[in-house]
Design a protein around this ligand. Structure first.
Ligand code: ES4
Ligand code: ZN
Length: 326
């Protein structure tokens, strides 16, 4: 069984978090920017825990300053994804990082990312869509600005809205207004929950924000009534096992709850989150899951069909993806 050539659908990656370290170093060199503290001696991103990860992430992201930088980033990221068999991917993109929340600037960044994704579709046959992400540990007021940027660019490429960042900062109800703006515009909704916060955060994302998908959500396993709620409401989890293991949520692949959630009837999908930060790729995820749970190609096919059906894309794209998975 060669999982590396299997066509894959990925629903949860942060665009900046997928930046190859050599790409960030090169940009820093070109701009004469100091990135001490970002890399270890081997040249990999270095951090001790989740909050430190967010700091290192922001330090690395600081070298990305123009739409042209994001154009290059998008091409570099999609090339790596395509090399892992990914045929469709949704990336979290942030108006806070792209133009500081200014709508005019954000539109230029979206144009650049969309142009790069058109180029990658032609050269590598991979489709990218954007999910606008408010960063939870930035000021709460910022989320409304971000929602405004999201709504004004919602269309063929910007398709979803999904909060990320430190799950310890604020409550979901603080962001309900921003989510209402996105929902009323017709955007698809997801939220990071049940990663560093417990099962109740998953319930709150479903009830207070009305999301159809959850980023991670794996700690739902701590409360079977939340697992049942996921099943009843048909909520899809964007599970990133390698990320969870790298950040110490679970000690190893065998103890990761993805298989137990799936066995309980929860719709699970597989993604990399921030692949170079967590020393993973889609091929690594698939090969590790196959080894840990004796999953065969049939399970991965089912997971990819789930992902295609849960993708925030238009129906023509979904139909094309489902045909490619057959
Ligand atoms: C995240 Cl804001 C952000 N960026 C990258 N990875 C993340 N995980 C959770 N929040
Ligand atoms: Zn994430």
């Amino acid at each position: 069984m060669n999982l590396n050539t299997l066509p894959k659908i990925e629903l949860h990656t942060h665009l900046e978090g997928a930046a190859p370290p050599e790409f960030i170093r090169r940009l820093a060199q070109e701009k004469h920017m100091d990135l001490s503290g970002v890399f270890d001696d081997a040249g990999n991103y270095a951090f001790d825990n989740f909050l430190h990860f967010l700091k290192v992430y922001e330090a690395a992201t600081a070298v990305l300053q123009t739409p042209e930088d994001y154009h290059r980033l998008t091409l570099a990221v999609l090339e790596k994804s395509a090399a892992n068999g990914v045929i469709y991917t949704e990336n979290f993109v942030s108006p806070d990082f792209c133009g500081g929340g200014d709508l005019g600037a954000w539109k230029e960044y979206v144009h650049a990312m969309q142009d790069a994704s058109d180029m990658a579709e032609k050269s590598h046959g991979i489709v990218l869509k954007g999910i606008v992400t408010p960063i939870r540990h930035f000021e709460v007021g910022k989320a409304k600005e971000v929602a405004h940027c999201a709504v004004e660019t919602f269309g063929d490429w910007v398709v979803g809205f999904g909060i990320g960042g430190d799950e310890g900062a604020g409550k979901f109800s603080d962001f309900a207004y921003a989510y209402d703006m996105a929902r009323e515009a017709g955007m698809h909704l997801t939220a990071h929950a049940g990663e560093f916060a417990g099962a109740q955060s998953v319930r709150s994302a479903i009830r207070d924000l009305g999301v159809s998908r959850i980023g991670h959500g794996v700690r739902a396993i701590e409360d079977m009534s939340v697992v049942e709620e996921l099943v009843e409401r048909d909520v899809v989890l964007e599970v990133c096992p390698g990320s969870n293991i790298a950040l110490g949520l679970f000690p190893n692949w065998e103890d990761h709850p993805i298989a137990r959630l799936r066995d309980a009837g929860v719709k699970v999908t597989v993604s990399t989150d921030d692949p170079p930060f967590f020393h993973t790729t889609m091929n690594d995820e698939y090969n590790n899951l196959a080894r840990a749970f004796s999953w065969g190609e049939d399970v991965f096919k089912e997971i990819n069909i789930t992902a295609a059906n849960a993708a925030f894309c238009d129906d023509a794209t979904r139909k094309m993806l489902l045909e490619k998975l057959e």
